[in-house]
Design a protein around this ligand. Structure first.
Ligand code: 5GP
Length: 215
């Protein structure tokens, strides 16, 4: 866990340069958000596959790892005590208690480092986190572009959540309740992308990024 804000989180972009001043003007932090199970992670993975030059922030979480998930790659996994300690130390850009169960947070320093180096930078976070970024962006001098990933329909979300099979019935019901509220906020974002095809959604996201970063 020591690496979360440590040396191996420093930047090495394709030019091999370490963090320095901004190389390109106008690269806004991209926040990808949307309701539970809409497929944010899948779209993000497709984007990363097609465009490895994009850096996706690795969040901290107190939830247990799922099979195949790796510490420092999927998430920084930690217990509540460590999360609270890091939060109190001001290490997070935003935090949220997601689905009333686990804490999630975006480590701040790696985001600032990547932005300063001109690396296209994305956060994939829930809506509470996106609202929190909105509240803090001014104070931190961050310019942010907010993308809302929407399902083709509410029924589509129900189906996705059932198919994923990672939550029990009570957890699914809770997530769907949250999703209903979340879907109502889609008009507060700079761009809405409907996830009716992963590749098309990833391509739409790439278009946002390439425009923002002048790529
Ligand atoms: P999961 O546990 O299924 O990986 O993620 C649950 C939810 O937490 C997803 O909606 C995901 O976008 C969100 N999430 C992941 N990382 C963060 C984070 O750092 N901050 C916030 N606010 N939400 C996050």
């Amino acid at each position: 866990m020591s690496a979360i804000n440590g040396a191996d989180m420093s930047i090495q972009d394709s030019s091999g340069e370490q963090t320095g001043g901004p190389r390109k003007a106008g690269g806004r932090l991209i926040v990808l958000t949307g309701p539970t199970a809409v497929g944010k992670g899948t779209v993000e993975a497709a984007l990363r596959h097609a465009h490895p030059e994009v850096w996706v922030s690795v969040s901290a979480t107190t939830r247990a790892p799922r099979p195949g998930e790796k510490d420092g790659i999927t998430y920084w996994f930690m217990d509540e005590q460590e999360f609270a300690r890091r939060e109190a130390a001001g290490e997070f850009l935003e935090t949220a208690l997601v689905h009333g169960m686990s804490h999630y947070g975006t480590p701040l320093q790696p985001v600032l480092n990547h932005l300063a180096a001109g690396v296209p930078t994305i956060l994939e976070i829930d809506l509470q986190g996106a609202h929190r970024v909105r509240q803090r962006a001014g104070e931190l001098g961050l310019e942010v572009f907010y993308v809302f990933l929407a399902p083709p329909s509410f029924q589509d979300l129900v189906t996705r959540l059932n198919m994923r099979g990672t939550e029990n019935e009570e957890q699914r019901a809770r997530r769907l309740e949250t999703a209903k509220v979340e879907l109502a906020s889609e008009n507060q974002f700079d761009r809405v992308i409907v996830n009716d095809s992963v590749d098309k959604a990833a391509q739409a996201l790439w278009e946002v990024i390439s425009k923002e970063y002048g790529l």
